[in-house]
Design a binder for this molecule. Structure first.
Ligand SMILES: [Zn+2]
Length: 266
C-alpha cells in the first residue's frame, strides 16, 4: 500500500511538472497596450523594418565625448560580451525562437549623431522616478516647447542603475524598450517576459512571445489587452506597477491620461 501510494505521488508530481512545463512554454506572458501608438520610426527602413534610432544622452558620458562603456554595452552590446545588449536582443530575437521566425517590425539602430532620436536614453538623479520606487521609466520625449514629440520616446535611467550587474542593466533597458514598442508590464511571478519585474535575481531577456506581441501591437493594436493600463509616459522598471498620472503640461483633451500626441481619441 505504501509503495502504491508513493508511486501515485511520484506519478502526480511528474504530471504536474510536465503540465507546468507545457504552461510555461505556451502561456502568453506579455501583452500590448492599446493606448500606446506604434512608433513611426525615421529614416530608411532596414529589410522592411521601421528604423528606430537609439541614442544614449551625453549625461551618460564617463568622460567628455565617451559614453559610459557599461551603459553602452547594456544598450548596444559588444563583441565578446557574455550579456547581449538590449538593442541586440530586440533586433535578433524571432517570434518562434528559430532562424526562420519573424523579427519585430522595427530595427533599432544606434545613432549617436542624430539630434532627434526616436529613443533617447537619459540619466536622472537617484530616487527621482515614481517617488524612488522605480529605477527606470519610459515616456514621451518633449520638444523645446515642453510638448510631447509625436512618435519620440525617452527612457529615463536612475543613476543607481549604473551600478547594476551587466545582465540586470541590459534587462532593465530591454524592458523599457519593450514599453516604447507598445508592451505593458506583466509582473506575474512565473511568467517569463522582458516586461516582468527586473531585479538582481530576475534578469529576463527578450522572449519570442515578446516579439510576437510587439508585432501584434504594430499590426493591430486594437487587439491589445494589457492587464495594466500603461500610457506613456510613466513606468516602473522594478517594484510594483503604479498608476500613471497625466504629466503636468501634457494636453489631454478627453481626460484619459494619454497625451494628445499619443492618443487617437484626443
Ligand atoms: Zn515596466
Amino acid at each position: 500500500m505504501k509503495a502504491i501510494q508513493s508511486l501515485i505521488t511520484v506519478t502526480l508530481l511528474v504530471f504536474i511538472t510536465s503540465l507546468a512545463h507545457v504552461i510555461g512554454a505556451f502561456a502568453t506572458c506579455a501583452d500590448c497596450v492599446v493606448d500606446i501608438v506604434p512608433m513611426p520610426g525615421s529614416g530608411q527602413a532596414v529589410n522592411g523594418r521601421r528604423s528606430i534610432s537609439v541614442k544614449i544622452a551625453p549625461n551618460l558620458n564617463s568622460s567628455p565625448g565617451t559614453i559610459n562603456p557599461f551603459v553602452w554595452n547594456a544598450v548596444f552590446g559588444c563583441t565578446g560580451c557574455p550579456v547581449q545588449g538590449a538593442v541586440q536582443q530586440w533586433n535578433n530575437t524571432t517570434d518562434n525562437g528559430q532562424a526562420n521566425g519573424a523579427h519585430i517590425g522595427y530595427f533599432l539602430k544606434q545613432d549617436q549623431s542624430t539630434t532627434s532620436p526616436d529613443i533617447l536614453i537619459v540619466k536622472v538623479p537617484a530616487g527621482s522616478l515614481n517617488n524612488g520606487g522605480a529605477d527606470a521609466a519610459t515616456g514621451a520625449a518633449n520638444g523645446p516647447d515642453g510638448k510631447p514629440l509625436p512618435g519620440k520616446r525617452v527612457i529615463l535611467l536612475d543613476e543607481r542603475a549604473l551600478r547594476y550587474e551587466p545582465a540586470r542593466l541590459a534587462a532593465l533597458i530591454a524592458h523599457e524598450i519593450g514599453h516604447a514598442l507598445g508592451l505593458g508590464d506583466n509582473y506575474k511571478k512565473r511568467c517569463t517576459t522582458i516586461v516582468n519585474v527586473v531585479t538582481s535575481t530576475n534578469t529576463p531577456v527578450v522572449q519570442p512571445s515578446d516579439v510576437a506581441m510587439v508585432n501584434q501591437h504594430l499590426g493591430n493594436r486594437g487587439t491589445c489587452l494589457s492587464e495594466q493600463r500603461h500610457p506613456l509616459p510613466n513606468d516602473g522598471g522594478s517594484g510594483e506597477p503604479s498608476p500613471s498620472p497625466t504629466p503636468v503640461g501634457c494636453p489631454d483633451a478627453d481626460n484619459d491620461s494619454v497625451c494628445d500626441a499619443q492618443d487617437c481619441n484626443d
